[in-house]
Design a protein around this ligand. Structure first.
Ligand code: CAA
Length: 440
């Protein structure tokens, strides 16, 4: 059976940068450490006034096609995942195809296009759709372009404002991939929740604290469901766990939950249980409160152990490097975490070939998905070809006044005209509806 997975990936960051400890913290009257240590963020990417979800998606896809030598005829599907869409009917993928058709000889008339929505998990759902389409044998030798693109902006003054971000991740899904092969097993945790909503509004209504709890609850269910089909996961058998990363502080909690959960019933758990007290099990406690108290005590103790800290430093921390500098890219966030981990391995001379990634995706509303990926032989060439650091370094560092202006420029309810802070070079730009995607 041929393998199916991610053949190549490219990112496009919003061209502006908001420095959280240096620019944001003083304005909010907060200590810089709240952002750098608490949330785990140094900066967030922000779209310049000529950028939006279409331009960032088209720019990432163009870079991907260019680098891999792909022509429109190689692409049988273009799926865009976003929670920042501006059109309830026409999918963003059609706008993106329109942009790309300006620079390629052929067109994408033959390609199936769509738009996926389920908050941040939609990027992974689109990946799954592409995988299933190829596995079903409907692809006629073609691959799929999957793009996760978002402007994760919150209303000014909202607690979420510190966790904004903007960027796109484009992936080519194909047979015999060069980057990672997807496993057929998946685990889900899904429930009707109202922790984060955008009912016909641009900025989210979010219950931040609850959203953290909902994330952890659904992720635990997904892990449990994954193990029911894939068998017990041992923490040492996983190279990295790229989690959905709204901010790295969230992943600190998810990493601890993941470790606590997957070390159940294993030798490590027994060792730890002996050292710090037994693993709490619901049925062994009289009341739910007693149980939750025991879980809290156990988890706090676990956090301090050398085993856990060593595992976290090796398996989770390397997934957060890029996120710390760009903030939340919603649908693209978990896919940045994968890149971040693989980039870390490359920079440290580690060969990942054949190793396993456990990918933890999450979307508010709410659903978590766990699946495994096996790293392919050519992974290092793929990661080496990326220019993530150059893109991040090239961003314009905004003053507070710049930030307020450009935030207003992106606010659909305001009609303000704002200067461009950066000069677009060989990229698609948003220049009014009539000239959407014109290439400057
Ligand atoms: N030094 C070190 N740490 C500090 C500090 C300091 N001076 N000051 C505060 N901190 C720590 C706090 O202790 C806290 O850490 P813990 O959670 O580990 O206790 C952390 O910094 C954040 O501080 P607060 O909780 O006080 O921050 P806040 O209330 O202003 O906002 C938030 C936090 C609720 C997560 C907010 O950023 C938010 O609403 N974000 C948007 C929603 C979100 O991202 N939710 C995540 C789950 S939902 C999801 O994943 C989908 C999605 O993409 C949105």
């Amino acid at each position: 059976m041929t393998t199916v997975g991610i053949d190549a990936v490219e990112i496009w960051t919003g061209n502006l940068k908001l420095d959280l400890p240096g620019t944001f913290a003083p304005q909010k009257g907060e200590a810089p450490e709240k952002y750098t240590k608490g949330l785990g963020l140094n900066a967030s990417s922000f779209p310049d006034s000529y950028e939006d979800i279409v331009t960032m998606a088209a720019n990432a896809a163009h870079r991907l096609m260019d680098r891999k030598g792909l022509e429109p005829d190689d692409v049988g599907r273009i799926d865009v995942a976003t929670e920042s869409a501006f059109d309830n009917s026409k999918p963003v993928s059609t706008y993106v195809a329109g942009c790309l058709e300006q620079v390629y000889e052929g067109d994408f008339h033959h390609a199936n296009k769509g738009e996926r929505k389920f908050a941040c998990i939609a990027g992974t759902q689109s990946l799954d759709d592409a995988y299933n389409w190829i596995r079903a044998g409907r692809n006629r030798g073609r691959g799929a372009i999957v793009i996760a693109t978002d402007t994760a902006l919150y209303a000014r003054g909202d607690a979420g404002e510190a966790t904004q971000g903007a960027g796109a991740v484009a992936m080519y899904i194909a047979e015999d991939p060069d980057l990672v092969e997807l496993s057929p097993e998946q685990g889900y945790g899904s429930a009707d929740e109202t922790d984060f909503l955008k009912p016909n509004q641009q900025f989210p209504s979010v219950d931040g604290k609850r959203s953290v709890q909902v994330y952890l609850a659904r992720m635990r269910e997904a892990l449990q469901d994954f193990e029911s089909v894939a068998g017990d996961v041992h923490p040492d058998d996983i190279a990295f766990i790229p989690f959905h990363t709204p901010f790295p502080g969230m992943v600190r909690k998810a990493g601890l939950l993941g470790y606590r959960y997957i070390t159940r019933d294993t030798a490590i758990e027994e060792e730890l249980a002996e050292e710090i007290g037994r693993q709490p099990r619901e049925e062994a406690f009289g009341t739910e409160d007693d149980y939750h108290e025991a879980v809290r005590e156990y988890t706090d103790a676990l956090k301090g152990t050398d085993q856990y800290q060593e595992w976290y430093a090796r398996t989770i921390d390397p997934t957060l490097t890029v996120s710390r500098e760009v903030g939340n890219w919603y649908t693209g966030s978990v896919h940045i975490a994968r890149i971040s981990a693989m980039k870390h391995a490359l920079e440290n001379g580690r060969d990942l070939t054949g190793e396993t990634l456990l990918v933890g995706s999450y979307g508010s509303g709410a659903q978590a998905e766990i699946h495994a990926e096996t790293v392919c032989e050519s992974w290092s060439e793929e990661i080496e070809a990326l220019n993530v650091d150059e893109q991040l370094a090239a961003r314009y560092d905004m003053s507070w006044e710049d930030y307020e202006e450009v935030h207003d420029a992106h606010n659909h309810e305001m009609d303000v005209d704002v200067e461009e802070f950066t000069t677009p070079e060989e990229e698609f730009v948003f220049d009014g509806w009539g000239r959407m995607g014109e290439r400057k």
